[in-house]
Design a protein around this ligand. Structure first.
Ligand SMILES: Nc1nc2c(ncn2[C@@H]2O[C@H](COP(=O)(O)OP(=O)(O)OP(=O)(O)O)[C@@H](O)[C@H]2O)c(=O)[nH]1
Ligand SMILES: [Mg+2]
Length: 460
């Protein structure tokens, strides 16, 4: 999503990186490139100005110019500014609010009281989909959500929510003929009490534009439900418009946060960077696809790291953690460190990566790889061949690739329906990868110092 921005900012940082001394001119040059990159990413002009001014001011201070590694200092300033513009230390929060792994991002009350979340936004922004995504996330976190179908305007809206609810195994309350959203809400609340529900997620009707009727309806719902969270769902593809819409909704109804959808599409990401500064409201979640699982809490720290091309090691580790078991991961980590990583491990990795879904999104999280690989670069057919080659090797060969001489190579090629050249290429690639992984694990270690998730994973 921030591919281009990442590329440009890395270029800018190269102006100052590794220099033992940097001049004010170096800083100006770097900042100019960053400024253009931000504008190109569709970041609000006012936000860009503020970003540039405060970065320059801080970077030109004595502390930076005279420091031992000014390039690093400068990078840190840009990083910290990005974090604060994206929403502070961690708008999404990693705290205990809302229960383990559930809606840590949301401030919901304990399971003994019924909390509620009101979803609002313009037509087609992704309210209904996001309501279901949120329900699934809360359910996985141990809460008992109920989806309440309060969109009585669009034909088919209730049905859409029902289908989604069935898909994710979350009950949906339908007003069955009720003509007023308050009646539906009231019915939902009754049902929730009887069925030990702890969170209501209320889907509402969107309009093409902000209009009085919609606002009045939302105001009434807010008054009745007194929601713990009022989440504006906005389409990130609309760029600056998403930020303006958030501003109006916040003034008229009051928001607690924003969900930016369609982050998987060709958005330039500017809305995410402008939102907090312009509206003061945190971006809490991003929608990254049409499936109920395609939903992530927004962590400014991590995203700033990704934008700077430093990779999102924590997210990568967390994602991997869900799928690879802890022990396996630890062993792998040790192997990588000792350079004992074998073809056998690679095959195992291959299979787990396949489970993890989009390879590109994985690669984007690896330090130094962010934005370097496009979806087209990842040749799916190639991956299939590689897996076939690996599978055609014997265990012994996979344990020690050095024994794979010419005759073994041609046997493997035959067995996998590939050519000797392809086998040779894979082996070469493997050697390169081992070196890269070693470097990566070193970088990972530096981050370990700050990252509890990584610390846990590495068992230190
Ligand atoms: N690619 C992608 N598509 C999304 C995302 N979120 C929603 N969509 C799609 O956007 C379209 C509209 O989503 P809805 O959830 O129906 O939007 P809505 O705000 O409820 O729309 P109305 O009820 O008509 O106001 C659907 O086709 C969704 O599948 C996302 O994060 N990524
Ligand atoms: Mg809807």
């Amino acid at each position: 999503m921030f591919d281009k921005l990442t590329q440009k900012i890395s270029d800018a940082l190269r102006f100052v990186a590794g220099k033992s001394t940097i001049t004010e001119k170096n800083i100006d040059d770097a900042v100019e490139v960053i400024k253009m990159a931000l504008l190109e990413a569709d970041v609000n002009l006012r936000v860009v100005r503020r970003f540039v001014n405060s970065t320059v001011e801080e970077a030109k201070g004595e502390r930076v110019l005279r420091s031992v590694d000014p390039g690093q200092q400068f990078t840190k300033i840009v990083h910290d500014k990005l974090v604060s513009f994206l929403g502070g230390d961690d708008a999404a929060g990693t705290g205990a609010k809302g229960g383990v792994g559930s809606g840590a991002v949301l401030s919901l009350r304990g399971p003994d009281v019924i909390s509620s979340v009101l979803m609002l936004g313009l037509q087609g922004s992704g309210k209904t989909t996001s309501a279901a995504k949120l329900a699934l996330r809360l359910k996985k976190g141990g809460r008992k959500p109920l989806l309440v179908a309060c969109d009585l305007v669009r034909p088919g809206a209730v049905e859409q929510l029902s289908v989604l609810g069935a898909q994710i195994g979350v009950p949906v309350f339908k007003g069955e003929g009720a003509d007023d959203v308050l009646k539906v809400y009231g019915g939902g609340l009754d049902w929730a009490r009887k069925n030990l529900i702890d969170t209501l997620i209320i889907d509402t009707a969107g309009r093409l534009q902000i209009d009085e009727v919609m606002m009045a309806e939302l105001a009434r719902l807010k008054e009745a439900a007194r929601p713990d969270e009022l989440l504006l769902v906005a389409d990130s593809m609309t760029g600056q418009a998403a930020v303006d819409i958030a501003k109006v909704f916040d003034e008229k109804i009051g928001l607690t946060g924003v969900v930016l959808t369609k982050f998987d599409s060709d958005t330039r990401g500017g809305a995410a960077l402008s939102l907090k500064t312009i509206t003061g409201k945190p971006l809490k979640f991003v929608g990254t696809g049409e499936k109920p699982e395609d939903f992530e809490p927004f962590h400014p720290e991590r995203v700033a790291g990704r934008i700077l091309g430093m990779g999102d090691v924590v997210s990568l580790v967390e994602k991997a953690q869900e799928l690879i078991d802890q022990k396996e991961a630890l062993e792998l980590q040790k192997k990588i460190e000792k350079e004992n990583f074998t073809l056998e491990d690679w095959l195992t990795q291959f299979r787990s990566v396949k489970k993890m879904g989009s390879l590109k999104s994985m690669l984007d999280m690896i330090p130094g790889m962010a934005g370097q690989v496009s979806e087209e670069d990842i040749n799916k057919a190639e991956l299939k061949i590689q897996e076939a080659i690996l599978s055609s090797m014997t265990r012994k060969e996979r344990a020690n690739h050095l024994i794979i001489g010419p005759s073994r190579r041609s046997r493997i090629a035959r067995g996998s329906g590939s050519s000797v050249a392809e086998v040779a290429r894979l082996l070469k690639h493997f050697e390169k990868m081992r070196t890269m992984m070693k470097k990566m694990s070193k970088m990972g270690k530096n981050q370990t110092l700050q990252n509890p998730a990584l610390q846990r994973m590495m068992g230190r």
